[in-house]
Design a protein around this ligand. Structure first.
Ligand SMILES: [Zn+2]
Length: 339
C-alpha cells in the first residue's frame, strides 16, 4: 500500500511512499481509509516528536474514516461497513480504562503517534476502536470529526458542563478544536464570543452564530469581552497559553471556569492566584475524549446536527502540502485529506 511515512524530522522527512500492508492481529480489523485530516500533533510529530514514544519510520495521521475490508466473527463489524476510528488503542484493563476514562489510559497507543496512522491506504486497529456510521454518512466529514470535535466535546461538556444560555469565550478561532467548540456551543444554545488576529475569521465566526469577537491585535480582549458579555463569560476555551492566559482569566465572570487543551505560545503564564481565589475561578485541563463521549458525538453527527467545517481538501499523495496548510495557520476549520 501507500502511506505518508515520516522517515526523518522536518517537512522534507514526510513522503507518500510504499509501505507494507497492515497485517490483522487477533482482535483487530482492517479499514480502507477514505479520509482523514491534519492536526497540530501531526506537525509536532513531523518537526519534534519529543515526549512521544515511537520510532521512525512512522506512518502519520491520528484520525480516519473509511470502510471495513477485513474483520473476524464476533467483532460486530461487517466487511463494507462505513466506520470511523477512535484514535487511541486503549488497554481496557488499567484503572482509567476500567473507570471508562480511556484518554488517561496508562498504556494507550495512539494511531499516528505510537502505531501506524491514518494517512495510508489501509490501517489495522483493535475492532473495538471502529464505530459504525450511517450508510449515507459524509465520509470526508467523518474523517475530520474525531480529533477536533471530541476534544471540543470533552472541554465543553466533560467536567463542568456548559449549559444552554451560558456564555463561552473561544480564544483563537480558526483551528479545528476552536471551530468545533463554536459549533457544539451553538448547538446547545450557549452564547459564544471569539478572539482572533484576523477580522475575516471573526466575521466567519459571527456568520456561524458567534455573538461577537475581538481582534487581539487591535483591542483589549478582557475589556471588550466584559462589555459584550455583560460582566464576563461563564467559560473560556484557551489552547494558546502564554499569550492569551492573562486576558482569558480576566474575561471570566465570578465563579467562571477556564479550560485549556494546549499551549501553542508557551506553558508558563502568570497564574494570577489572587484573582483565582477571590473570584473563585476554576482552571482545568482536557485532552481527547472517552469512548462514551465519542458515541454521543457520533450520534449527533449521524443525526446531521454537526458537520466539521472543511477549510481545504487535499489528496493523500499531497500530504506535504496539507501539512503546510496547517503550519501556516491560515485555516478556518479542518484541513482534510482524502483517498
Ligand atoms: Zn488502559
Amino acid at each position: 500500500m501507500k502511506a505518508a511515512v515520516l522517515t526523518e524530522r522536518g517537512a522534507d522527512g514526510v513522503t507518500w511512499s510504499d509501505y507494507p500492508d497492515p497485517v490483522r492481529k487477533p482482535g483487530e480489523s482492517v479499514m480502507r481509509v477514505l479520509s482523514s485530516s491534519i492536526n497540530r500533533v501531526d506537525l509536532y510529530m513531523r518537526d519534534s516528536g519529543v515526549g512521544i514514544t515511537h520510532s521512525l519510520p512512522q506512518v502519520m495521521g491520528v484520525e480516519g474514516a473509511g470502510e471495513i475490508v477485513e474483520t473476524e466473527p464476533g467483532s460486530g463489524l461487517e466487511v463494507g461497513q462505513k466506520v470511523i476510528l477512535y484514535a487511541g488503542a486503549f488497554c481496557g484493563s488499567c484503572r482509567y480504562c476500567m473507570a471508562g476514562n480511556q484518554p488517561l489510559c496508562e498504556k494507550v497507543q495512539i494511531m499516528g503517534e505510537h502505531r501506524d496512522g491514518g494517512f495510508a491506504d489501509y490501517i489495522a486497529m483493535p475492532s473495538r476502536n471502529f464505530f459504525p456510521l450511517v450508510d449515507d454518512a459524509d465520509m470526508q466529514a467523518a474523517g475530520a470529526l474525531m480529533t477536533g470535535h471530541l476534544t471540543a466535546w470533552r472541554m465543553l461538556f466533560g467536567k463542568q458542563t456548559l449549559m444552554p444560555g451560558e456564555s463561552v469565550l473561544i480564544v483563537g478561532i480558526g483551528g479545528g478544536v476552536a471551530v468545533a467548540c463554536l459549533q457544539l456551543a451553538k448547538m446547545i444554545g450557549a452564547r459564544v464570543f471569539v478572539t482572533s488576529s484576523s477580522d475575516e475569521k471573526i466575521a466567519r465566526a459571527v456568520a456561524m452564530g458567534a455573538e461577537g469577537g475581538v481582534n487581539y491585535t487591535k483591542d483589549n480582549v478582557a475589556k471588550a469581552i466584559l462589555d459584550m458579555s455583560g460582566g464576563g463569560v461563564d467559560m473560556v476555551i484557551d489552547s494558546v497559553g502564554d499569550a492569551s492566559w492573562g486576558d482569558s482569566l480576566k474575561s471570566l465572570r465570578r465563579g467562571g471556569r477556564l479550560v485549556t487543551c494546549g499551549a501553542t505560545t508557551g506553558s508558563h503564564p502568570s497564574a494570577d492566584i489572587q484573582r483565582m481565589f477571590i473570584r473563585q475561578l476554576t482552571v482545568y485541563g482536557s485532552t481527547g475524549g472517552d469512548v462514551g463521549e465519542f458515541r454521543l458525538l457520533i450520534d449527533v453527527f449521524n443525526q446531521g446536527l454537526i458537520k466539521p467545517v472543511i477549510d481545504k481538501t487535499f489528496r493523500m499523495p499531497d500530504i506535504r502540502d496539507a501539512l503546510d496548510r496547517l503550519y501556516k495557520g491560515e485555516q478556518f476549520g479542518k484541513v482534510s485529506v482524502v483517498a
